[in-house]
Write a protein that binds this ligand. Structure first.
Ligand code: FAS
Ligand code: PHB
Length: 416
């Protein structure tokens, strides 16, 4: 259903005075149509809870962003539960292991063996968003695209609302709950009073230069490489499409990285054996992303709830970003079902603490995994040898490998 359909669907909920639309009503207003917002919209739809997604861009923009590549079991399970996993089952690449490399010396972590069979699935965020949006159209989920100037109102009461403009026309949505799924640069986190909100942050002194190229991956699994020149990651999107990253300076200019320069540096960092196996080709996407660890607490204020990047950011090393958004909305979806169906506030009252318990464990793992695989500008000989000792410990200790494996595949939603 296109935008007109959405508008028509809400017309019957609109209050009109003198024919001028004054606003709409729903139960849950979701700000942002990224993974957090769209998974939540599908979860609420499955529970029969009315929701409207309000997105400032259009579908093509959101679906076109090249971001996450690895799904934890939590995410795969949710896609199956929501009936969104048909293409994932056909096209997703199930990985039972991952690989670390230190100056070219490769070793494998058998995650499935170390975790009783847990795996990860390689399936790009773009594909996840396509599945979410296609199903949203089929299921008549309400999404308002291209909105401007979103503002939240009366969050500390029991009748919050959201206002925005669409092609210059002022609009308003009355609701009972607002969920901020508007990412790190959104407006929802900033709606929590400064004397309530606490933030915690680490900004890393480097970025990731990533490319996409239609060439076969160098290996059938991922490779995280620690090299004296810096970090590199060999990933993929399919057996014919590779996703590679190399650590770069924060002020690096992507225009200064020709494909040849990128391939040469990647092959150095992967080491001579793997480097010789790399298939080169023209990149069709090349970007630099900064790395940060960030958490905002609490993830709830009054009738406003935060989920995903609106509340937390992890360096992509641990492949946790999108998966954390999914675990947030899985918990929040349960809490909102209790609130609207069982009329119990226990779930929403416990949401922030429950979500943060898993968020901080993912923050710790992502920070640790970044710290042992990247070259820090201020590293001295001592810290470099500590890194090498830690990697050698992981290489030789099944206990150390089990710790890495259980965090990489994703910890359970609840701490045991
Ligand atoms: P998102 O940022 O995805 O979505 C927020 C949505 O809200 C957007 O559609 C935005 O347009 C909308 N919005 C913002 N402000 C608004 C407003 N005022 N009004 C209305 N709408 C508004 N994760 C991994 O696991 N692996 C990776 O390799 C990886 N790489 C990444 C690379 C980059 C460059 C970035 C930025 C992130 C990367 N991530 C990665 C993390 C990423 O996948 C996020 O964790 C994931 O997109 C989080 O989803 P959301 O919380 O939905 O936020
Ligand atoms: C990716 O394929 O984009 C990817 C995979 C694993 C990571 C980060 C990014 O840790």
């Amino acid at each position: 259903m296109g935008e007109a359909g959405v508008r028509a669907q809400h017309q019957d909920q609109a209050d009109t005075v003198g024919g001028e639309e004054q606003g709409m009503r729903t139960q849950v207003a979701i700000i942002g149509a990224g993974p957090a917002g769209m998974f939540l919209a599908h979860l609420l739809h499955q529970q029969g809870i009315a929701a409207v997604v309000i997105e400032r861009r259009d579908r093509a923009y959101v679906e076109g962003r090249v971001r996450a590549g690895v799904l934890e079991q939590v995410t795969v399970d949710l896609m199956r539960k929501l009936g969104l996993a048909d293409r994932l089952e056909r096209e997703g690449l199930v990985h039972g292991g991952t690989n670390l490399s230190l100056d070219g010396a490769l070793f494998r972590i058998d995650m499935a063996a170390l975790t009783g069979g847990s795996t990860v699935t390689v399936y790009g965020q773009q594909e996840v968003m396509r599945d979410l949006f296609d199903a949203a159209e089929t299921r008549d989920l309400s999404i308002l695209w291209n909105v401007d100037d979103v503002q939240l109102h009366d969050l500390d009461g029991d009748r919050p609302s959201v206002s925005w403009t669409e092609r210059g026309v002022a609009r308003r949505l009355d609701c009972e709950i607002v969920v901020g799924c508007d990412g790190f640069h959104g407006v929802c986190r900033a709606s929590i009073p400064a004397d309530v909100l606490q933030t915690f942050e680490r900004v890393y002194p480097f970025g990731w230069l990533g490319i996409l190229a239609d060439v076969p991956p160098v290996d059938h699994e991922l490779i995280y490489a620690n090299h004296a020149n810096g970090f590199a990651l060999a990933s993929m999107r399919s057996p014919t499409r590779s996703r590679y990253y190399i650590q770069c300076a924060l002020d690096d200019d992507v225009g200064a990285w020709s494909d040849d320069r990128f391939w040469d540096e990647l092959c150095v960092r992967l080491g001579p054996t793997l480097g010789e196996r790399v298939t080169r080709g023209a990149s069709f996407e090349k970007t630099i992303a900064p790395l940060r660890s960030f958490v905002a607490e609490p993830m709830r204020w009054g009738r406003l709830f935060l989920a995903g990047d609106a509340a937390h950011i992890v360096p992509p090393t641990g492949a946790k970003g999108m998966n954390l958004a999914v675990s947030d909305v899985t918990m929040l979806g349960e809490a909102l079902a209790e609130f609207f169906i069982e009329r119990s506030a226990a779930g929403i009252d416990g949401y922030s603490a429950r979500a943060l318990a898993r968020v901080w464990k993912a923050e710790r793992f992502s920070w640790w995994f970044t710290s042992i695989t990247h070259r820090f500008p201020d590293m001295d000989g001592f810290s470099r040898r500590l890194q090498m000792a830690e990697l050698d410990y992981i290489r030789t200790s099944p206990t150390a490998q089990k710790t890495l494996a259980e965090n990489y595949v994703g910890l359970p939603l609840e701490a045991a």
